[in-house]
Design a protein around this ligand. Structure first.
Ligand code: NAD
Length: 248
């Protein structure tokens, strides 16, 4: 199944970076997209250093024209777009009533609109080129379970759940599959604010294995979801949470 073209947003760090490395190790070509040029180029070099194929495209997922250009670039460079992983995301801590509205909108712009733009741009391209592709969207256990201090993040991740279901329904006629993932607490820079707030132990205890999830574990699961053998998984948001959502 190797040789597919995978576009991965938010690929300069954490889950996105590990997914690039995992896909490249499986022989896929990787389009590394991030708003942070330095980190995105770093990921690209890491993939190449292992003998993989990768190209970096500087992309702000909250701008539709940039996401469209990203998808165009993937096809121009590698001749296809088989996988779109809408992974880029940000968090913002704060009590719902003391939120700065600009911060709220920023999180929605990146986490919600960014995923919508990825679905629309990649979906159109796959349909037009008759590619039976897979679109994976990053939700979260916080798209299901209320938590303190995460109102905009939870709003955006709840929206990703529903966008995934809707897009799967509408795109299935073109043979395009749309799947969501809901990770638990993964050890990346996005949870740094929680670590700084002294919540590391609590986050560990929320996982069955009592440790933070490694980003490589999420990357492996994302890869599995893109395989033809997984084609029964469509429109679902798959829990990648080491049990987080199964117990309290
Ligand atoms: P991370 O902070 O390590 O990586 C996020 C990446 O997104 C960064 O490289 C950043 O530069 C990039 N980014 C931010 N804004 C962007 C924009 N506008 N356009 C393009 N790129 C942008 O965090 P991560 O944990 O790897 O997060 C990846 C995804 O996983 C996010 O959607 C996040 O919400 C989701 N997630 C993470 C966890 C966790 O515990 N780490 C849990 C559930 C879901």
């Amino acid at each position: 199944m190797s040789g597919r073209v995978a576009v991965i947003t938010g690929a300069g760090s954490g889950i996105g970076r590990e997914t690039c490395l995992t896909f490249a190790r499986k022989g896929e070509k990787v389009v590394v997209a991030d708003i942070n040029e330095e980190k995105g180029l770093e990921t690209t070099e890491l993939v190449k250093a292992e003998g993989g194929e990768a190209v970096f495209v500087n992309t702000d997922v909250s701008k539709f024209e940039e996401v469209e250009a990203l998808v165009d670039q993937a096809v121009e460079t590698y001749g296809s777009i088989d996988i779109m992983f809408n992974n880029a995301g940000i968090g913002k801590m704060g009590h719902v009533l003391s939120l700065n509205i600009e911060d709220y909108l920023h999180v929605i712009d990146v986490n919600q609109h960014g995923v919508a733009y990825g679905i629309i741009a990649a979906g159109r391209k796959m349909r037009d080129l008759d590619i039976k592709g897979v679109i994976i969207n990053s939700a979260s256990v916080f798209g299901y379970l209320a938590n303190f201090g995460t109102f905009p993040y939870q709003a955006s991740k709840g929206a990703v759940r529903m966008m995934t279901q809707n897009a799967a329904l509408e795109l299935s006629q073109y043979g395009i599959r749309v799947v969501g993932i809901a990770p638990g607490s993964v050890d990346t820079s996005i949870i740094q604010a929680y670590k700084d707030a002294g919540m590391t132990q609590k986050m560990k205890e929320q996982q069955m294995r009592k440790e933070l999830i490694r980003p490589e574990a999420i990357a492996n699961a994302v890869y599995l979801l893109t395989l033809e053998e997984a084609d029964v998984i469509n429109g679902s948001v798959v829990m990648l949470d080491d049990g987080y959502a199964s117990f309290k």
